[in-house]
Design a protein around this ligand. Structure first.
Ligand code: ADP
Ligand code: MG
Length: 639
């Protein structure tokens, strides 16, 4: 007798969305069902290699699709691994699948009950997508296990489904779709064939539609073909079928090797990371075949982690066919494959960077975080990764990216080191007071404005023997480097030593623990102050990354450098001389410091400056500090 089960809450939610969806590309449901059938065939094929004792060992591994226009139904049958009673409950009643899971998560996040329907296609919600076109679905399945019995699962897309003993003589699964009135179009053999050719042409098993003898799909192992015979369009199509990505890949790498290893590989660089996360490919990793038999859907042992954004297929002639999924990893062939594939991908990227920089930069912008991470975690690959690094610099605009090689090729006179500035983004970096002196001498500086750049620096202390140095280091001496540009306005005279010392004392006293020291700057021109670091500890750069990762972080305590030539400090010094009790002095000191913090991108709470700024404007417009005196100077602890 039929047992009734309740769907997991998440599935009910998903079904509710799908049943009422107005998604225009509903045809993808067929792609999902065929892909499940193909997975099931792969699995039974694999089972057959290790365990001969399966039901119907001789059945052809194939998919059949029958339409019944009169009944308005469509049935997809396979001779795959099949499902037991418990499999039906676990696979079609509970969500395990990350595509559907990610979809629900995204729905929750967007907070709307009615999602924009185009996301459905992007997520590839698997089996359940059938409810976009179905009033009712019946799955009859018989497991490959010898003593298996057939069961039928049935649901109308509501909160429940039923399972009862089913009718099926042989191993495999039939999925019968009772089409909605408005989905009649899918009960046409012609339409079905069209969809198969569009979405499932490369499925490795024959797909027969109706009573035709010829399979509708080509089933080619495209990666085994001669690259000369494959068009750009075919490469793109295969990629789309592999990843269900809507966008074309940026690049493909097709390899066929005979010695020392015999293998075929077809690798792709996707156009963006985002699709990767939402794609029905649940995890990173390459599809691994041994002589055309799928061994692993997500092999992570073929490329290092920092190249995980690469998608594709690897087919080895050297892996033993009966290798178990667990022991693949330990196989010696795998280590060699990984070495070969890694160096191929890296050299291909390098070639692209040199020959077609614009195209390469698309790859880099999408995946630089992976690539940079490579330097930190795989020091042995460092020299191969270095040519792949590009940065914006103080030369040109935000659109101009330079490699380290480019930078070194145009050093200023007497320049030994490579200079970089750390910042939150290009715009704020370019306004940093640290750049005053570099600009004045025509010395180029790299912008390291990605939060992971400090991690990169840990693995990249130098390039071709030249040190990478942060422009905020206290002891950088530029006096012999480059050429001093003529000033448009001659700098103001510097404050006299004792006058400056008195002012310095006021700053040190007023800022206390918030700074490590207060010093005179030799290099600042346009800015009154900046914050510098006196130790060359790369860890100090980790603040930004930690903040991004929401880790508890303490603000790094820095040295405040004051510009004795700046009008603001001249004015302030005059004020101190005239009346050291003037409350405005301390307000200005706090603001000079916090402005410098802000320019470093280190201010933890910029809005807290508003009150003080109002006060300063009030003073500037002539009414003095008056009653705001107390609040203005004392409530702005920042730390
Ligand atoms: P996914 O294919 O990503 O795992 P689906 O929602 O498409 O997710 O399918 C859910 C599960 O149902 C599959 O993982 C599989 O275990 C099972 N399944 C679906 N269709 C079949 C089939 N034709 N034969 C065997 N198992 C199937
Ligand atoms: Mg699926």
């Amino acid at each position: 007798m039929a047992e009734t089960f309740t769907f997991q809450a998440e599935i009910q939610q998903l079904l509710d969305i799908l049943v009422h969806s107005l998604y225009t590309e509903r045809e993808i449901f067929l792609r999902e069902l065929v892909s499940n059938a193909s997975d099931a065939l792969n699995r039974v094929q694999f089972e057959q290699l290790t365990n001969r004792d399966i039901l119907d060992a001789d059945a052809e591994l194939a998919i059949e699709i029958h339409v019944d226009e009169a009944a308005n139904t469509l049935t997809i049958s396979d001779t795959g691994i099949g499902m037991t009673h418990d499999d039906l409950v676990n696979n079609l009643g509970i969500i395990a699948r990350s595509g559907a899971k990610a979809f629900i998560e995204a729905m929750k996040q967007s907070g709307s009950a009615a999602p924009s329907t185009d996301v459905i296609g992007q997520f590839g919600v698997g089996f359940y997508s059938v409810f976009m076109v179905a009033d009712k679905v019946r799955v009859v399945s018989r497991s490959h296990l010898q003593d298996g019995q057939a069961f039928a699962w049935e649901s109308t897309g509501g909160a429940t489904y039923t399972i009862e003993p089913g009718e099926r003589e042989s191993r495999g699964t039939d999925v019968t779709v009772y089409l909605k009135e408005d989905a009649k179009e899918f009960a046409s053999a012609w339409r079905v064939k069209d969809i198969i050719r569009k979405h499932s042409d490369y499925v490795a098993f024959p797909i027969y539609v109706g009573d035709e003898e010829e399979p509708t799909n080509k089933q080619q192992a495209i990666w085994r073909q001669d690259p000369k015979e494959i068009s750009a369009e075919q490469y793109d199509d295969f990629y789309k079928m592999l990843t269900f990505d809507f966008e074309k890949p940026l690049r493909h790498i097709h390899m066929r090797a005979d010695v020392p290893l015999q293998f075929y590989a077809l690798l792709y660089i996707p156009s963006s990371t985002e699709r990767g996360i939402l794609s029905p490919r649940k995890e990173p990793g390459l599809k691994l075949y041994a002589r055309k038999v799928l061994i692993q859907d997500y092999s992570k042992d073929l490329l290092p982690e920092y190249l995980q954004f690469v998608q594709g297929v690897v087919d080895s002639e050297d892996l033993p066919l009966n290798v178990s999924r667990e022991s693949v990893q330990a196989n010696r062939v795998m280590a060699n494959l990984k070495k070969t594939l890694t160096s191929k991908v890296l050299s291909e990227l390098k070639r692209m960077a040199q020959k077609d920089t614009a195209e390469y930069l698309k790859v880099y912008k999408a995946f630089s975080r992976f690539i940079k991470q490579g330097i930190a975690v795989s020091p042995m690959d460092r020299s191969d990764i270095e040519p792949l690094l590009y940065f914006q610099t103080t030369r040109g605009s935000a659109e101009d990216w330079a490699s380290l090689e480019d930078y070194v090729g145009r050093l200023a006179a007497n320049q030994e080191d490579i200079y970089y500035i750390i910042g939150d983004d290009y715009a704020s970096g370019s306004r940093s007071p640290h750049l005053d002196a570099f600009r004045q001498r025509g010395i180029e500086v790299l912008y390291l404005v990605d939060p992971v750049d400090p991690v990169l620096l840990m693995g990249l202390p130098d390039f071709k023997g030249r040190k990478l140095r942060n422009v905020d280091e206290a002891d950088i001496d530029l006096s012999a480097i480059g050429e001093l540009k003529e000033e448009t306005a001659p700098p103001r005279e510097s404050l006299a030593d004792d006058t400056f010392e008195a002012l310095r004392g006021r700053f040190a006293e007023g800022l206390g623990e918030r700074v490590r020291d207060v010093r005179a700057s030799k290099t600042l021109t346009g800015s009154p102050a900046r914050l510098i670091s006196d130790e060359a500890d790369p860890g100090r750069n980790m603040f930004r990354l930690n903040r991004l990762l929401d880790r508890e972080v303490e603000l790094p305590i820095k040295i405040l450098e004051l510009n004795p030539r700046h009008p603001l400090l001249h004015n302030l010094s005059g004020m101190v001389a005239a009346n050291p009790e003037n409350p405005l002095i301390d307000v200005v000191i706090q603001q000079v410091f916090e402005t410098a913090l802000l320019q470093e991108g280190l201010h933890p709470d910029p809005a807290s400056m508003a009150e003080r700024l109002t006060l300063l404007m009030q003073a500037a417009t002539g009414s003095g500090l008056g009653e705001f005196h107390h609040r203005g100077t004392e409530d702005t602890e920042v730390g």
